[in-house]
Write a protein that binds this ligand. Structure first.
Ligand code: PLP
Length: 237
């Protein structure tokens, strides 16, 4: 059942990304898919891998570690941690992931830097920005972003690749584009301020607003539902 769904859904998601890039006048290689596999079984990830998908995003640490253990034979998978990150999780994240998209505090950055095994090379990080300025949401404010970026750039075991955001839900293309335009402008400002930094990533766009994110320059779109189907709210949490 899920096999069949994925067989259609993953190629459909790729076509959708390709069409969005073309509509934005951008090249095919300008953005790629991060398959968000939270709450989905290891078998679904293996299936997506069989269809050529390599980048996978997980939100819940223990669930991710369990699936990584089951999929240890797929040595070229690239694991991205995209969930809330507290101090007690940094060691496992530093040891078991290639990317972190949800970094929003200097204290967490220092721990990841100190705990990253030298054999793995630098950990790729995106700073999560609270782009809709929601009081309850995680993410650094735009005002505090340059100072956090400067602190992270000084940490040798981290490689600052760009910015990530999860905007407040909005209806319609124009409203969906606005927060993503702010994130793009924030990245452009950081590039000007830190010209030596490897800032090449805008992690933005999900199943319901991929087109808006691509129009504003997303380089990595994080699709869950569009690839794996709806998540049951109670599964695996
Ligand atoms: C769950 C999640 C996604 C995927 O959301 P969909 O709407 O299912 O595509 C993307 N990014 C983050 C940070 C998530 O937690």
């Amino acid at each position: 059942m899920t096999d069949l769904i994925l067989h259609d859904a993953l190629p459909a998601a790729r076509r959708r990304l390709g069409e969005a890039l073309a509509a934005a006048g951008r090249a095919d290689a300008d953005a790629h898919l991060l398959a968000v596999s939270k709450t989905k079984p290891a078998a679904a990830i293996r299936q997506a891998w069989g269809l050529g998908q390599r980048d996978f995003g997980e939100n819940y640490l223990q669930e991710a570690l369990d699936k990584q253990a089951e999929l240890a034979d797929l040595t070229d998978i690239v694991w991205h941690f995209i969930g809330p990150l507290q101090s007690n999780k940094t060691r496992a994240v530093a040891e078991h992931f290639a990317w972190v998209h949800s970094l929003d505090r200097e204290k967490i950055a220092r721990r990841l830097n100190d705990q990253r095994p030298a054999t793995l090379g630098p950990l790729n990080v995106c700073l999560q920005v609270n782009i809709s300025e929601e009081a309850s949401k995680s993410g650094v404010t735009l005002a505090a972003l340059p100072a956090l970026a400067e602190a992270v750039l000084a940490l040798p075991a981290l490689r600052l690749r760009g910015l990530m955001a999860i905007p407040a839900p909005a209806e319609g293309l124009a409203a969906q584009r606005r927060p993503y335009a702010r994130l793009r402008e924030a990245l452009e400002a950081l590039r000007e301020r830190f010209p030596e930094a490897p800032l090449d990533t805008l992690s933005m766009g999900m199943s319901n607003d991929l087109e808006a994110a691509i129009l504003e320059g997303a380089t990595l779109v994080r699709l869950g539902t569009a690839i794996f189907g709806e998540r049951s709210t109670t599964a695996n949490q």
